[in-house]
Design a protein around this ligand. Structure first.
Ligand code: IVH
Length: 702
């Protein structure tokens, strides 16, 4: 007894759930305005699934649970298209588009400016015909050659924006209806899919169109169901038992009422100039749309006028596609080289047979990193698809493997920097490979010198970017060690832009000042020196920790060399990792840096030139001011704050930012801040500049 009631209740609930789910699909895909969160949608679907499992007699093919069915075993059946699925003729310029508008006006004997156009984005996907009988999806077919396509109902059914049944509210349904449109993939869905595929070690797709086509033409609907496919309807191709609208713009609105997603970008305009304005707007917004479009389609809005104009062999006369400038082209890889960036990053670059693309000739394309080359398996001699999106550097997005000549070999990444011959390192977990010859490599020269001279490193005043440019480009300086070999006459001879010496001072004046600043930088501390070397990921704090831990450069180099031998082992780098806050990655950078002979030569040259620091733990625990904590306030007239700090540190003092009871003394400059008050209130000794300079002089730092 109660079983009957249960059954009837279940039937009603099942139908209510189906209607509700269909309505949510409609809101989500057609109106782009979902009412409920995805989790709630999933819950409704789960409830429906559970009920259908208990009452299988109520399962119908157009239930939302029935999107994924059995696999097709014998391949795709052929489907004849009636009317044929035509393609569109293309125009590539506004002139050609205007000629098209003028011709149509002439043929219809109408004013060009009075003609109405439905202007729609040309979606870059795969054309599909959907057949409905009594409101149910019964067949989906690819375009094929236009006359005969393939039956892909089993995969197209899995696309949630393809209604399995027309909307309830659109009843009475046409007896038969054929809708045509485009299956596509949204850009970010495509990127996520590719990431997933490459994680699984599967081949990724070159672009969303290939991904859409490859997913629809699957024998197994489960694969298609796992791909984020979508569908936009753009035409009513046939209709029995209904009176379809008489305009294309109205047909799009009607398709939306029936439950199909249509693009939100379609515009109804009057006259060719307005149509061109829509084209330009679409072109400008191209990158912002979340799906790929490759042009605008101009369709005569009135369907009776469309009929009067009729068809050519393979394309209608009443519509045309105005293509955007191509962003992709096919060319041949002539060589694969690597470039070294200013920080040592090694980037593989393909040298290409020149090919015109979006208004420029492309001869190079970035391959980003070694993994990317391996993923794409790009080889010299390959035909490749290059893409230029917006103003971005062209990149290779795919290889046409079918065109690969015989005898090619997989590309081997170099192990030596092409600019300096130093070893290339690839730290575990990092995508970017780098040249380890940071101090020596010509590609990294300017950056290395800039960092070396910077305030917190060797603090060489007057050695700014412009000066470094001039020194390096003038051939005077190749490595940081060369700075200490500069001679006055070399500098004076150096051309310094068009304006002459900076500030119009006599050339010798700035040259003398620069040489003084360089000479002064020779007296430094170990931690500053280590920081100045520009070892990857060795900042000031790490440099200090290294100096404190090892006490001397020799001890650090010995540890680095010992650890170099352990690279590749787990765990590696025991000696460097013993330093507080140094992890395996930083340790690896340090080990590789000191192992590179080029870097060692530069370090030796620096020491030979007189760069030195007090030896001992903490760089200077043996210094005369060891254990003292000093605070600086105000402006000193004879030296900069950095210089004062360096001099104090060289003598073993710690320079701190704030005054406390532990402060040994305060150095007082002009216009002191609140630190002076604080020092007075705590009774901290105060040293005026003159006394401070005398203190330094007593210890040989004057
Ligand atoms: S109408 C008879 N509208 O472009 C004209 N086509 O070369 C039928 N396409 O294979 C096409 N977006 O797949 C039309 N808004 C749009 C379109 C569009 C993309 C594709 C379609 C067709 C190709 C024409």
């Amino acid at each position: 007894m109660s079983g009957g009631v249960d059954r009837e209740e279940a039937r009603r609930r099942i139908e209510a759930l189906r209607r509700e789910i269909a309505e949510h699909d409609y809101r989500y895909f057609v109106l782009d305005d979902p009412l409920i969160p995805d989790s709630e949608y999933d819950r409704l679907l789960a409830e429906l699934r559970a009920l259908e499992a208990r009452f299988p007699e109520f399962v119908v093919p157009d239930s939302p649970t029935q999107r994924v069915g059995g696999a097709v075993r014998e391949g795709f059946r052929s489907v004849r298209h009636d009317p044929p699925m035509l393609s569109l003729n293309n125009v590539f310029s506004e002139e050609e588009a205007r000629a098209f508008f003028a011709r149509i006006a002439r043929e219809l004997s109408e004013q060009e400016s009075a003609l109405e156009w439905s202007v729609e984005p040309k979606i870059d996907g795969l054309a599909i015909a959907l057949h409905y009988e009594q409101g149910q999806l019964v067949l989906a077919a690819t375009r094929g050659d236009g006359e005969i396509g393939e039956d892909v109902t089993h995969t197209v059914r899995t696309i949630r924006s393809v209604p399995l049944r027309l909307r309830e509210r659109a009843r009475p349904w046409p007896r038969r209806l054929e809708v045509r449109g485009e299956v596509y993939m949204r850009r970010r869905d495509f990127e996520r899919l590719n990431a997933r595929l490459s994680e699984l070690g599967e081949r990724s797709f070159a672009n969303p169109r290939n991904a859409a086509a490859g997913s629809v033409r699957q024998l197994d609907p489960k694969v298609a169901a796992s791909r984020p496919l979508r569908f936009f309807a753009y035409a009513v191709a046939g209709c029995e038992g209904c009176s379809p609208p008489s305009r294309q713009s109205a047909a799009l609105a009607w398709l939306a009422e029936l439950g199909f997603a249509v693009t939100a970008e379609a515009r109804l305009v009057r006259g060719g100039e307005q149509a061109l304005a829509v084209y330009r707007e679409l072109l400008a917004r191209r990158e912002k749309l979340d799906y790929e479009i490759d042009g605008a389609v101009y369709k005569l809005d009135r369907l009776d006028a469309q009929e009067r104009l009729g068809y050519l062999a393979r394309a209608p006369r009443f519509a045309v596609a105005h293509k955007f400038p191509a962003r992709e082209a096919v060319t041949i890889v002539e060589a694969i080289e690597v470039q070294v960036g200013r920080t040592g990053a090694i980037t593989p670059v393909a040298r290409l047979r020149p090919v015109p693309l979006a208004g420029v000739t492309i001869t190079n394309a970035s391959l980003h990193n070694f993994d990317q080359v391996a993923r794409l398996d790009v080889r010299v001699g390959d035909s490749v698809i290059v893409r230029r999106a917006g103003d971005v550097i062209p990149e290779i997005v795919g290889v046409i493997k079918e065109r690969r000549p015989a005898g090619t070999e997989a590309w081997q990444p170099p192990t030596r920097c092409p600019a300096c011959g130093s070893a290339i390192e690839r730290v575990r977990g990092e995508v970017i490979a780098r040249c380890t010859g940071g101090l020596y490599c010509p590609a990294q020269r300017k950056e290395a010198i800039r960092h070396f001279a910077s305030r917190r490193a060797m603090d060489i005043e007057g050695l700014g970017e412009k000066m470094i440019e001039a020194l390096v480009d003038g051939g005077l300086v190749a490595t940081v060690a060369d700075l200490y070999r500069l001679r006055l006459e070399d500098l004076v001879r150096l051309k310094y832009g068009d304006e002459g010496a900076p500030g119009g001072k006599p050339a010798t004046r700035w040259a003398e000042k620069l040489l003084q600043a360089i000479a002064k930088s020779k007296e430094t501390t170990l931690d500053r020196f280590l920081f100045a070397l520009g070892i990857r990921e060795v900042g000031e704090a790490t440099a200090k920790a290294l100096a404190r831990h090892f006490g001397s450069l020799e001890a650090l180099i010995a540890a680095a060399e010992a650890d170099f031998a352990t690279l590749g082992q787990e765990p590696c780098c025991p000696k460097l990792s013993a330093v507080p806050d140094i992890g395996p990655v930083v340790a690896e950078h340090i080990a590789r840096f000191f192992h590179e002979p080029h870097n060692r030569e530069v370090i030796e040259a620096l020491q030979a030139a007189g760069v030195r620091w007090p030896e001992g733990k903490a760089g200077n625990e043996a210094g005369p001011l060891a254990g003292q904590s000093v605070v600086l306030t105000g402006t000193l007239s004879r030296m900069s704050r950095e210089e004062a700090k360096r001099a104090l540190e060289a003598l073993g003092a710690k320079v701190s930012d704030s005054v406390s009871r532990k402060t040994s003394f305060l150095v007082l400059g002009r216009d002191p801040g609140s630190k002076l008050e604080k020092a007075r209130s705590l009774g901290v000794p105060i040293l005026e500049e003159q006394a401070f300079l005398e203190l330094l002089a007593r210890h040989g730092r004057g």
